[in-house]
Ligand binder design. Structure first.
Ligand code: NAP
Length: 452
């Protein structure tokens, strides 16, 4: 069986792993990736200061080191090769391309200078080759940024906050591009505000990541004890869900801390949502925040009470949204590919030979490891269907790389990744770092070529 997987992030790689480990059918996998490098969000999402999480890359790399798998990076499906063409070469396609777009707040000022989607900021600090540096760096002036507002109460919001409040010692140990490191070590806003539209029990943070915030040496964490008084439905949630109770305990401990004297303050605002972003001369200057409350069903409602907080930078971290790939069904409301146990559905009917895994299957939730179980489910569906799969036709004797060559596509295989890896380590060592991420597509492609 020949399988194409679209996306070389954790979900795609876990799908490869499970396909290789099963013994029911002999399988060859081509792993397509639009970037010149594999690993998806492990490279371009997991925060650079979360060293052990980023080390998952070593485990994922081993999956690629197998003769039955071929990495074809720097190949964009939908542009360089269409999905219909893939069907001519492969018995099945698994879409694993994640969620590459942002959700919007839909409030005035959202598009002003100084208001960034979290994805843009994360892409910038991780050195994503498709992220323009200039528009981001233009709004990150260390001499003017005193107050930063981060909207959203999830782990991405905490990742973003840490980039402003973690120590230089930690920043220096990351593999961020050098220009990012140089800028972030200068950028030390005095006030950082996190806005959560629901309460401490409903917030999506995980406890480990929260605790980490409370242990940073230069930071005071500020929580209003009144915001920890719970609605009966929230109390019930805290009583029945250990994870939420643990978060509540962390907030309660923070609320009891006496006012600190550290140079930076993190304010956790519960029951607040932004209703407008104040703009002067095209740039963000403040955020209007409305107090919210929960109704009897636990839904958020505005109270009409609005106050304004100063802001030189707003980062909107309210979740990601998937993109549609031409010829592939898409649920616009949820931003995912409709599916049942990983089988792609069009109007409720299975599309032969198409499967889906990861965030584009279930939405942007869970940690890296969640994708392993998810991949097992999808691969099991594929294997169960194998007698009904239309085997790839005539072109099967030819190879997709003939088509890539014809179209002038410069693809990168696993050996090429090895060269990029070595180049990043060598670049890091020039500045006494373990590695430094190459952030330009041109530089990545040049590094992937064997020396003449
Ligand atoms: P998330 O966990 O879904 O959090 C999104 C937050 O945005 C929620 O608090 C949500 O509030 C809020 N929100 C949504 N729409 C809003 C609106 N219109 N106005 C105000 N607030 C709004 O998403 P995420 O932080 O992007 O993380 C994605 C996944 O990656 C999560 O599973 C996360 O745990 C994982 N991740 C893990 C780590 C780690 O270190 N372990 C790091 C990064 C990401 P409501 O709940 O009220 O909707």
């Amino acid at each position: 069986m020949r399988v194409a997987i679209v996306g070389a992030g954790p979900s795609g790689l876990y799908a490869v792993d499970h396909l290789l480990k099963q013994t029911e059918v002999e399988v060859n996998v081509d792993l397509f990736e639009q970037l010149p490098v594999p690993f998806g969000l492990v490279r371009y999402g997991v925060a650079p200061d979360h060293f052990s999480l980023r080390n998952v890359r070593n485990t994922l790399e081993k999956i690629l080191d197998d003769d039955r798998v071929r990495l074809l990076a720097n190949v964009a499906i939908g542009t360089d090769v269409t999905v219909a063409e893939l069907h001519e070469y492969y018995d099945a396609i698994i879409f694993a391309y994640g969620t590459g777009d942002d959700r919007n707040l839909g409030i005035d000022g959202e598009d002003a200078r100084g208001s960034l989607a979290a994805r843009t900021f994360v892409n910038w600090y991780c050195g994503h080759p498709d992220q323009d540096r200039e528009p981001v760096e233009a709004v990150l002036d260390p001499s003017t940024i005193r107050s930063v507002v981060v909207v959203g109460a999830g782990n991405v919001a905490l990742d973003v906050v840490r980039m402003f409040v973690t120590t230089d010692e930690i920043l220096n140990r990351t593999d961020m591009p050098q220009h990012v490191l140089d800028l972030l070590t200068q950028l030390k806003p005095e006030q950082v505000h996190v806005l959560s539209r629901r309460g401490p029990v409903e917030a999506s943070f995980t406890t480990k990541e929260l605790r980490e915030m409370g242990e940073l040496p230069n930071l005071d964490v500020v929580v209003d004890p009144a915001s920890l008084e719970l609605h009966p439905s929230s109390q019930e949630l805290a009583d029945t869900d250990r994870l939420r109770k643990r978060n509540l305990d962390v907030f309660a401990e923070w609320a009891q801390r006496s006012p600190g004297t550290h140079p930076q303050q993190l304010h956790m605002h519960f029951f607040t949502r932004p209703v407008g972003i104040g703009v002067e001369d095209g740039a963000v200057v403040s955020v209007d925040i409305e107090t919210t409350e929960l109704d009897d069903d636990g839904r958020v409602q505005g109270t009409g009470q609005v106050q304004t907080i100063p802001a030189d930078l707003v980062i909107r971290s309210i979740g990601y949204y998937g993109n549609q790939l031409e010829e592939v069904p898409f649920d616009e409301w949820k931003g995912v590919i409709p599916n049942e146990a990983g089988r792609v559905l069009r109007d409720g009917v299975q599309v032969p030979g198409q499967y889906v895994v990861g965030w584009i299957k279930r939405g942007p939730s869970g940690v890296v490891g969640t994708n392993r179980k998810d991949a097992v489910e999808t691969v099991q569906s594929l294997l169960a269907d194998r007698d009904q799969l239309v085997t790839a036709g005539e072109s099967r004797s030819s190879d997709v790389t003939a088509l890539l060559t014809e179209r002038g596509v410069e693809w990168v295989e696993f050996d090429g990744w090895g060269l990029i890896n070595a180049a990043e380590i060598a670049l890091g060592q020039t500045r006494g770092r373990d590695r430094t991420t190459l952030h330009e597509r041109k530089a990545l492609l040049a590094a992937a070529k064997p020396p003449q």
